[in-house]
Write a new protein. Sequence first.
Length: 208
Amino acid sequence: MKLFLYSSYLMSTEHSVALSNLVGKEPKDITFAAIDNATDVEQDAKDWVNESKDSLKVQGAQVEVVDLRQWQDNRIGLHEKLASKDVIWVCGGNGFYLRWILKETGADDIIRDLVGKGTVYAGWSAGAVMAGPTLQYFDSVEDLTVVPEVFFDALNLTNVVAIPHMDLREFAEGMKKIHQQLRQAGFATAPLTEAQALIIHGDEQQVI
Protein backbone atom coordinates (compact mmCIF):
# COMPACT_ATOMS: atom_id res chain seq x y z
CA MET A 1 0.00 0.00 0.00
CA LYS A 2 1.45 3.35 -1.06
CA LEU A 3 -0.34 6.53 -0.01
CA PHE A 4 0.67 10.18 -0.28
CA LEU A 5 -1.71 12.46 1.63
CA TYR A 6 -1.35 16.23 1.99
CA SER A 7 -3.19 19.47 2.70
CA SER A 8 -2.36 22.17 0.20
CA TYR A 9 -3.66 22.22 -3.36
CA LEU A 10 -0.14 23.11 -4.52
CA MET A 11 2.40 20.32 -4.84
CA SER A 12 5.71 21.60 -3.51
CA THR A 13 9.07 20.53 -4.90
CA GLU A 14 9.78 18.62 -1.67
CA HIS A 15 6.48 16.78 -1.97
CA SER A 16 7.13 16.03 -5.63
CA VAL A 17 10.49 14.45 -4.80
CA ALA A 18 8.97 12.38 -2.00
CA LEU A 19 6.12 11.22 -4.22
CA SER A 20 8.59 10.36 -6.98
CA ASN A 21 10.53 8.22 -4.51
CA LEU A 22 7.31 6.51 -3.45
CA VAL A 23 6.38 5.74 -7.05
CA GLY A 24 9.92 4.74 -7.95
CA LYS A 25 10.10 6.89 -11.07
CA GLU A 26 11.41 10.30 -12.06
CA PRO A 27 8.68 13.00 -11.95
CA LYS A 28 8.71 13.35 -15.75
CA ASP A 29 7.94 9.65 -16.13
CA ILE A 30 5.02 9.51 -13.69
CA THR A 31 1.49 9.28 -15.06
CA PHE A 32 -1.42 10.65 -13.02
CA ALA A 33 -5.13 9.95 -13.20
CA ALA A 34 -6.53 13.19 -11.79
CA ILE A 35 -9.95 12.85 -10.18
CA ASP A 36 -11.21 16.36 -9.40
CA ASN A 37 -14.93 15.60 -9.05
CA ALA A 38 -14.96 16.88 -5.47
CA THR A 39 -15.19 20.33 -7.06
CA ASP A 40 -18.25 19.54 -9.21
CA VAL A 41 -20.42 21.25 -6.59
CA GLU A 42 -17.93 23.92 -5.54
CA GLN A 43 -18.46 27.44 -6.85
CA ASP A 44 -15.45 29.33 -8.18
CA ALA A 45 -13.24 26.23 -7.93
CA LYS A 46 -11.91 26.26 -11.49
CA ASP A 47 -8.88 28.46 -10.86
CA TRP A 48 -7.45 26.62 -7.88
CA VAL A 49 -8.26 23.22 -9.37
CA ASN A 50 -6.28 24.14 -12.47
CA GLU A 51 -3.46 25.47 -10.29
CA SER A 52 -3.37 22.19 -8.39
CA LYS A 53 -2.99 20.21 -11.60
CA ASP A 54 -0.44 22.69 -12.91
CA SER A 55 1.62 22.14 -9.74
CA LEU A 56 1.97 18.51 -10.85
CA LYS A 57 2.71 19.37 -14.46
CA VAL A 58 5.41 21.89 -13.57
CA GLN A 59 7.35 19.01 -12.00
CA GLY A 60 7.13 17.27 -15.38
CA ALA A 61 4.36 14.79 -14.56
CA GLN A 62 1.89 13.53 -17.16
CA VAL A 63 -1.62 14.34 -15.92
CA GLU A 64 -4.89 13.08 -17.40
CA VAL A 65 -8.19 14.19 -15.88
CA VAL A 66 -10.59 11.31 -15.29
CA ASP A 67 -14.09 12.74 -14.86
CA LEU A 68 -16.03 10.02 -13.07
CA ARG A 69 -19.33 11.34 -14.44
CA GLN A 70 -18.24 10.21 -17.90
CA TRP A 71 -17.55 6.65 -16.74
CA GLN A 72 -20.71 5.97 -14.78
CA ASP A 73 -21.90 3.25 -17.17
CA ASN A 74 -18.49 1.85 -18.01
CA ARG A 75 -16.84 0.40 -14.92
CA ILE A 76 -14.62 -1.94 -16.91
CA GLY A 77 -13.33 1.01 -18.91
CA LEU A 78 -12.82 3.05 -15.75
CA HIS A 79 -10.82 0.22 -14.19
CA GLU A 80 -8.63 -0.01 -17.29
CA LYS A 81 -8.12 3.76 -17.39
CA LEU A 82 -7.09 4.03 -13.74
CA ALA A 83 -4.95 0.88 -13.98
CA SER A 84 -2.96 2.48 -16.81
CA LYS A 85 -1.62 5.21 -14.50
CA ASP A 86 1.08 5.21 -11.83
CA VAL A 87 -0.84 7.47 -9.47
CA ILE A 88 -4.52 7.98 -8.74
CA TRP A 89 -4.60 11.61 -7.58
CA VAL A 90 -7.75 12.76 -5.81
CA CYS A 91 -8.47 16.46 -5.52
CA GLY A 92 -9.97 18.41 -2.62
CA GLY A 93 -13.42 19.94 -2.55
CA ASN A 94 -16.63 18.64 -1.05
CA GLY A 95 -15.66 15.36 0.57
CA PHE A 96 -19.18 14.02 0.92
CA TYR A 97 -19.99 14.66 -2.74
CA LEU A 98 -16.69 12.99 -3.60
CA ARG A 99 -17.66 9.97 -1.50
CA TRP A 100 -21.05 9.79 -3.21
CA ILE A 101 -19.67 9.86 -6.75
CA LEU A 102 -16.94 7.34 -5.91
CA LYS A 103 -19.64 4.94 -4.72
CA GLU A 104 -22.08 5.82 -7.52
CA THR A 105 -19.54 5.00 -10.23
CA GLY A 106 -17.86 2.06 -8.51
CA ALA A 107 -14.60 3.99 -8.43
CA ASP A 108 -14.27 3.27 -4.72
CA ASP A 109 -13.95 -0.48 -5.25
CA ILE A 110 -11.70 0.04 -8.29
CA ILE A 111 -9.35 2.30 -6.31
CA ARG A 112 -9.19 -0.18 -3.43
CA ASP A 113 -8.34 -2.96 -5.86
CA LEU A 114 -5.64 -1.04 -7.72
CA VAL A 115 -4.01 0.43 -4.63
CA GLY A 116 -3.92 -3.04 -3.15
CA LYS A 117 -2.00 -4.12 -6.26
CA GLY A 118 0.57 -1.32 -6.08
CA THR A 119 -0.93 1.79 -7.69
CA VAL A 120 -0.08 4.87 -5.64
CA TYR A 121 -2.97 6.84 -4.12
CA ALA A 122 -2.28 10.55 -3.70
CA GLY A 123 -4.85 12.96 -2.35
CA TRP A 124 -4.99 16.43 -0.92
CA SER A 125 -7.57 17.97 1.43
CA ALA A 126 -10.80 15.96 0.96
CA GLY A 127 -8.83 13.54 -1.18
CA ALA A 128 -6.47 12.92 1.74
CA VAL A 129 -9.30 12.38 4.21
CA MET A 130 -10.94 9.95 1.78
CA ALA A 131 -8.04 7.50 2.13
CA GLY A 132 -8.91 6.85 5.77
CA PRO A 133 -11.67 4.80 7.40
CA THR A 134 -14.26 7.48 8.05
CA LEU A 135 -15.69 10.91 7.20
CA GLN A 136 -17.29 11.15 10.62
CA TYR A 137 -17.35 14.69 12.07
CA PHE A 138 -16.24 16.29 8.78
CA ASP A 139 -19.88 17.08 8.03
CA SER A 140 -19.45 20.07 10.35
CA VAL A 141 -17.31 21.79 7.70
CA GLU A 142 -19.10 20.63 4.54
CA ASP A 143 -22.26 21.63 2.65
CA LEU A 144 -24.38 18.48 2.59
CA THR A 145 -27.27 20.10 0.71
CA VAL A 146 -25.45 19.50 -2.59
CA VAL A 147 -24.80 15.81 -1.89
CA PRO A 148 -27.32 13.35 -3.40
CA GLU A 149 -26.76 10.78 -0.65
CA VAL A 150 -24.53 11.09 2.41
CA PHE A 151 -22.12 8.31 3.37
CA PHE A 152 -19.77 8.43 6.34
CA ASP A 153 -17.49 5.55 5.39
CA ALA A 154 -14.35 6.39 3.42
CA LEU A 155 -12.05 4.23 1.29
CA ASN A 156 -10.34 2.61 4.29
CA LEU A 157 -7.00 2.33 2.51
CA THR A 158 -5.45 3.08 5.91
CA ASN A 159 -6.73 3.15 9.48
CA VAL A 160 -5.32 6.66 9.88
CA VAL A 161 -7.54 9.70 9.32
CA ALA A 162 -5.55 12.50 7.70
CA ILE A 163 -6.76 15.87 8.98
CA PRO A 164 -5.69 18.64 6.60
CA HIS A 165 -5.50 22.42 7.01
CA MET A 166 -4.58 22.43 10.69
CA ASP A 167 -2.95 25.85 10.28
CA LEU A 168 -5.09 27.34 7.50
CA ARG A 169 -6.91 30.31 8.98
CA GLU A 170 -10.40 29.67 7.66
CA PHE A 171 -10.32 25.95 8.47
CA ALA A 172 -7.98 25.58 11.47
CA GLU A 173 -10.57 25.90 14.22
CA GLY A 174 -12.95 23.39 12.64
CA MET A 175 -10.17 20.92 11.91
CA LYS A 176 -8.82 21.09 15.46
CA LYS A 177 -12.28 20.27 16.78
CA ILE A 178 -12.64 17.37 14.33
CA HIS A 179 -9.22 16.11 15.41
CA GLN A 180 -10.31 16.08 19.06
CA GLN A 181 -13.58 14.34 18.24
CA LEU A 182 -11.87 11.63 16.19
CA ARG A 183 -9.29 10.99 18.89
CA GLN A 184 -12.02 10.75 21.53
CA ALA A 185 -13.86 8.27 19.30
CA GLY A 186 -10.75 6.09 19.15
CA PHE A 187 -9.50 6.82 15.62
CA ALA A 188 -5.82 7.11 14.73
CA THR A 189 -5.19 10.54 13.24
CA ALA A 190 -2.53 12.46 11.36
CA PRO A 191 -3.08 16.24 11.66
CA LEU A 192 -1.36 18.02 8.77
CA THR A 193 -0.36 21.64 8.24
CA GLU A 194 -0.42 23.17 4.77
CA ALA A 195 3.27 22.31 4.35
CA GLN A 196 3.08 18.71 5.50
CA ALA A 197 2.35 15.37 3.87
CA LEU A 198 1.75 11.92 5.28
CA ILE A 199 3.54 9.13 3.42
CA ILE A 200 2.42 5.55 4.01
CA HIS A 201 4.39 2.71 2.46
CA GLY A 202 3.24 -0.62 3.76
CA ASP A 203 3.65 -0.60 7.54
CA GLU A 204 5.88 2.49 7.47
CA GLN A 205 4.49 6.00 8.02
CA GLN A 206 6.26 9.33 7.81
CA VAL A 207 5.18 12.97 7.98
CA ILE A 208 7.34 15.36 5.99
